[in-house]
Each structure stands twice: as structure tokens, then as C-alpha cells.
Design a binder for this molecule. Structure first.
Ligand code: ADP
Length: 163
């Protein structure tokens, strides 16, 4: 049984992320979406809000072999070891992503050589979809449908316009 972990800060979870989850759920026995905190990025949503939103999306659009968890501290490789996951999934949108991801993958290899990083290329439709760009658009009341699931678009509106 091959378990894969797809970790990210998911602030917010986009249709690009969902696409990676759903494609990989057909390749692995179990996919664990691990919501973490990226210490170098300021977050719009709290971890609890994100967890709830992602769970709603996964319940509605993903296979039963996808699970959502939150991890608060420690290295993702240690979480992978604890859960006995042999694969760490990442998505690649661009050469810039690749540069960044290769560094992370190499560092992870030094910590856990038995765990493989597996990269899926972003779907054409979502190549330009990024959480940070979506936040900028939503902040100025732009249209983010087609980039995030509906429940998340709604939450973003609430967040920016009830603050
Ligand atoms: P982190 O803050 O840990 O980089 P993100 O939530 O930004 O987490 O992204 C998680 C993973 O999803 C990364 O591998 C990223 O490259 C990938 N990703 C982000 N947006 C997309 C997209 N539109 N299509 C495919 N993969 C994506």
C-alpha cells in the first residue's frame, strides 16, 4: 500500500491544488493532504478555517482515499515517517517552482532517503493559479471563481468584506 503526502500552506486551497490531489488519488492507495504553516508566508485564514474549508472540498470533489490532516510542528519528512508514507507529492507550475522544489526535495532526501518526492505538472488551466494572486484579486473584489472552489470563494469574500 503506497501512501502519499501532499503538504502545503493552502492559503487558500485552490482548484490547482485540488487537481493535484484528485490526479494523485488515482495513482496512490491513499493521499494525505497535510495542512502546515509556511513560516515565511503571512496567512489570511487560520489553520482551523483552512482545515474546515479543505475538508468540505475533499468531501465533495475527491475520492474516499483522500484524507486531510493538520500538522503544526516539525519537519514534513518526520510526519511522513510517522504515517509510513513513502511519497511526498508536490505540484510544478513553472521553472521557478522547479528551482524551489528541487531544493526542498534535496533537503528532504538528506533527512529521509527512503522517501521519494514525486512531482505532478500543473494542468494547463491552473498553471497561473496561485494562492497569493488569488488573495490579491479577491481583496479588490475581483472574480476568483474558476480558481478556487465555490465555498472558498465565498469565505474569501466574507473575510475581506466583513473585516
Ligand atoms: P507551500 O506554502 O508549502 O509552498 P502551497 O500551498 O503554496 O504550499 O503549495 C503546495 C504545493 O502545491 C506546492 O508544491 C505548489 O507548487 C503546488 N501548487 C500550488 N499551486 C498549484 C497549481 N495551481 N497547480 C498545481 N500545483 C500547485
Amino acid at each position: 500500500m503506497t501512501k502519499a503526502i501532499y503538504a502545503g500552506s493552502f492559503d487558500p486551497f485552490t482548484l490547482g491544488h485540488l487537481d493535484i490531489v484528485n490526479r494523485s488519488s488515482k495513482m496512490f492507495d491513499e493521499v494525505i493532504v497535510a495542512l502546515g504553516t509556511n513560516t515565511s508566508k503571512k496567512s489570511l485564514f487560520t489553520a482551523d478555517e483552512k482545515l474546515e474549508m479543505i475538508q468540505e472540498v475533499i468531501d465533495e470533489y475527491s475520492n474516499d482515499n483522500v484524507k486531510v490532516i493538520q500538522f503544526t510542528d516539525g519537519l514534513i519528512v518526520n510526519l511522513a515517517k510517522k504515517l509510513d508514507a513513502k511519497v511526498m507529492l508536490r505540484g510544478l507550475r513553472s521553472v521557478a517552482d522547479m528551482e524551489y522544489e528541487m531544493n526542498i526535495a534535496s533537503m528532504n532526501k538528506t533527512q529521509a532517503p527512503e522517501i521519494e518526492s514525486v512531482f505532478l505538472m500543473a494542468d494547463e488551466k491552473y498553471r497561473f493559479v496561485s494562492s497569493s494572486l488569488i488573495k490579491e484579486i479577491a481583496q479588490f473584489d475581483g472574480d476568483v471563481s474558476g480558481m478556487v472552489p465555490e465555498n472558498i470563494a465565498k469565505r474569501m469574500k466574507e473575510k475581506y468584506y466583513t473585516m
